[in-house]
Design a protein around this ligand. Structure first.
Ligand code: GLN
Ligand code: ZN
Length: 770
């Protein structure tokens, strides 16, 4: 019997981002929802067939989504807050209203809050359970998609976010914590039981429930909650028409602390991550064994890197698992949602380079090859060409080390990780230097990247215009955005970031050591995709990157212009990192490169420099016990290394795209920036309590309106928000800014929103100064 293979989830956006284009076309009124549905159907068919042709035995369905799988789960369970129901939109528009807000003739509502999905750069929508909600099975989506595949002759494995993860991530209105009481547990368990029965009736063989929340540290009552949900759900695998098998899928870490409980519940399959949780999951398996009716789905093919799988390592794991049980399936370690579609189209990369990469499609082949190799005996493995070819990728050194970089790192002293003088002294000097009013207003850096800007960049790329033409065009954009910012009265101006396509790729292009792809897009949130660059070898700065643009902007206005950089931790977290040296080593190399840029900006007369660490929290280990030793202890010093060389009067800002830093607030303060801006309007404001309690010293601008939504906030709304902020923070340390950069927005909504923001700040400022 051959070893079964399984895929946890497949990218849904399409090899050419067809889904994104179709949905955005619908939003712009270019075509109707029927067009979107047709595109979606086509993509599902294509993706199932690719997996079928690769010989995958358990192909996922319901991993497709128009916007987000958490949002789909909420809708499936009837978790639609009253304010969206009241709009009386049809199904898809309700979904989009929850995802991105709605402003139109039916009403005006904000979107659900959005958070990062565990340690990925994917954002999910946070389900909100208000008093109008009673949980019950409320949509046919998973069943329809199973039937759709069945009609194509493919029996899929439907995939759902499991009840435990769903409830742990759901919130009450305003982001208040959800009390998971008996009633809620009963309702939720019943809804999932109904799902299983429906599937059993449809002739489904395997169903997969994703429970990634299991890899987190447990709080009191967590395991009891898990048990009480599943003891109610599991008996419903049988219906009069048949029986389904339930695969409990975990990923992004290990489940050592719950493994025994999982074993006792009697799942038919247990999906374990042997990439990120390798040692602990193996140890648990060896300690507690596996019950004879359970199949272990061994996640050995990384779902979130782009490098080829090291078969020797994976076979080591698979052999170890097979010592414990012979019921094994070879699987991805997580959904492939987090990797690009296929390497095949990256013809811009050398074949010699390309052979080191595996995107979603290539990972399917890796699963297949591993499933064959695992059954081979030593002799067969020795003569296997697949294995030999794979080994060749890992033998010897892929790239040569850069001696200058190693030397510079070896020579770093403690002082270079600490800025002098102390913050209070710097704040005094900076006040004298910058003459800013109370509640200074600013933006996060980028302004709308209009079609015109992107078209001009494309023309340069295609050689249709010269570099000089392009530079002149960017200068005219800068002039325009500066005069508009002056006109509405912003205090600290920005040059608008028109020269950059992306805050990470742009820097990568000016650093040694990076590679770029043409088409390696990965979904970030909703229809937004990102195309991370690849760290290929040692990193250093090739030439000044932003200096000319910032200096030009500063020469065109009397107000302060903020220089705009991306920090080392974010560059690494939003790139595909190397696997042959540590993240710490790569981040330190990046920190030195950006440090060079900071010092050059200062020398060019830039007095305020923002170093974005939008993704600092992203790779914070999921388990608290690993936070410092595995991450913060080097990530925070790396940030300080970037700015420790500037003069006391130079103001260093940083920015983060979320506000969940209550629990790392001291580490954020220890970055020793002078000012931080962060996303706050779509999330609860408990961060303000944390700032107050921790006596946070960094001046802060909690975003006063949501830039992920096209709606225009009113002046009053923003004044209210500022009021909330001032209730918790000292007015002398408050900055007023939007949540994030404006590049994804249009000018039509950006300028009125900013006008309202500046007017709100002025009104509050006048009241405070009266
Ligand atoms: N400076 C960047 C911008 O304004 C920051 C973007 C981000 O935080 N994601 O676009
Ligand atoms: Zn941001």
């Amino acid at each position: 019997m051959s070893v079964p293979t399984s895929v946890v989830g497949f990218p849904r956006i399409g090899s050419d981002r067809e889904l994104k284009k179709s949905i955005e076309g619908y939003w712009r009124g270019k075509h109707g929802i029927e067009d979107v549905k047709a595109t979606a159907k086509l993509l599902r068919e294509r993706h199932w067939k690719i997996q079928q042709q690769a010989g995958i035995s358990l192909i996922p369905s319901n991993d497709f989504s128009y916007y987000d799988q958490m949002l789909d789960t909420a809708i499936l369970l009837g978790v639609v807050p009253q304010r969206y129901k009241r709009l009386s939109l049809d199904a898809e528009d309700t979904l989009f209203a929850m995802g991105r807000g709605y402003q139109g003739d039916k009403g005006d509502v904000t979107a659900l809050p959005m958070k990062k999905w565990f340690t990925t750069n994917y954002h999910y929508l946070v389900p909100e359970i208000d008093d109008s909600v009673s949980i019950s099975l409320s949509s046919d989506k998973p069943f329809e998609e199973f039937t759709e595949a069945k009609a194509l002759g493919i029996t899929t494995k439907p995939v759902l976010i499991g009840p435990y993860t769903f409830l742990k991530l759901a919130r009450r209105p305003e982001g208040a914590p959800l009390a998971i009481d008996r009633g809620l547990i009963e309702q939720t368990a019943k809804a999932y039981a109904d799902v299983l029965e429906r599937f059993a009736g449809l002739g489904v063989d395997w169903v997969q429930f994703d429970e990634p929340y299991l890899v987190l540290d447990k709080e009191r009552g967590d395991l009891e909650l898990f048990k009480s949900l599943y003891t109610k759900i599991l008996p419903h695998r049988k219906s009069t028409n048949g029986t389904v098998r339930l695969l409990l899928q975990t990923y992004f870490g290990h489940v050592r602390d719950s493994y025994e409980t999982l074993g006792l519940l009697g799942f038919d399959g247990l999906g374990l991550d042997f990439v990120e949780g390798r040692n602990e999951n193996l140890a648990a398996l060896e300690e507690f064994g596996v019950s004879e009716n359970t199949t272990i789905f061994a996640g050995v093919v990384n779902g979130r890197n782009i490098w080829r799988n090291d078969y020797a390592v994976s076979l080591g794991v698979l052999d170890a698992v097979r010592k414990v049980t012979d019921r094994v399936a070879v699987s991805t370690a997580s959904s492939l949602l987090h990797v690009p579609f296929s390497v095949a189209r990256e013809d811009g990369l050398d074949a010699e380079v390309r052979r080191h990469f595996a995107f979603a499609v290539e990972k399917l082949d890796e699963i297949g090859e591993l499933a064959e190799l695992v059954q081979d005996n030593d002799e067969e493995r020795k003569s296997s060409k697949a294995l030999a070819d794979n080994q060749a990728l890992f033998d010897g050194h892929r790239v040569k080390a850069d001696a200058a970089v190693s030397k510079r790192i070896a020579g770093l002293s403690e002082g270079e990780f600490n800025r002098k003088p102390a913050r209070s002294e710097r704040q005094r000097l900076q006040r004298e230097e910058l003459h800013l009013p109370l509640l200074p207003t600013t933006t996060i850096g980028s302004f709308p990247q209009t079609k015109e800007v992107r078209a001009e960049r494309a023309r340069l790329r295609h050689g249709e215009i010269s570099q000089d033409d392009y530079d002149a065009f960017i200068r005219s954009q800068i002039d325009d955005v500066l005069s508009k910012q002056e006109a509405i009265g912003l205090d600290v101006l920005v040059h608008g970031e028109f020269e950059r396509n992306d805050m990470v790729e742009y820097f990568g292009q000016n650093l040694n050591g990076f590679l770029f792809t043409k088409n390696a897009w990965v979904q970030s949130y909703g229809t937004r995709c990102v195309k991370p660059p690849i760290v290929w070898s040692d990193v250093s700065r090739a030439q000044p990157i932003t200096v000319a643009w910032s200096a030009y902007a500063q020469s065109r206005t009397d107000r302060v212009v903020k220089g705009m950089l991306t920090g080392p931790v974010t560059i690494l977290n939003w790139s595909w990192p190397r696997e042959d040296i540590t993240h710490e080593q790569q981040t330190t190399q990046l920190a030195l490169a950006i440090r060079d840029e900071v010092l050059d900006l200062e020398a060019a007369g830039i007095k305020v420099i923002q170093i974005d660490e939008a993704a600092l929290r992203e790779k914070l280990p999921l388990r608290r016990s690993d936070w410092h030793k595995e991450y913060l202890d080097w990530a925070i010093p790396a940030f300080r290394l970037v700015h420790s060389g500037v003069k006391a009067g130079t103001q260093i800002h940083t920015h983060m795209c979320y506000s969940e830093f209550n629990d790392i607030i001291r580490d954020i303060d220890a970055m020793d920036a002078d000012v931080i801006s962060f996303e706050a309007s779509r999330s609860d404001l408990t961060v303000l309590d944390a700032i107050q309690e921790a006596h946070f010293e960094t001046e802060a601008g909690p975003g006063v309106y949501d830039i992920h939504s096209p709606r225009i906030p009113s002046q009053q709304e923003i004044e209210d928000r500022i009021g909330d902020i001032l209730a918790k923070m000292d007015k002398a340390s408050v900055w007023i800014n939007p949540d994030c950069g404006l590049k994804t927005r249009g000018n039509a909504e950006t300028w009125p929103s900013l006008e309202h923001m500046v007017a709100a700040a002025k009104a509050v400022r006048e009241r405070l100064e009266r």
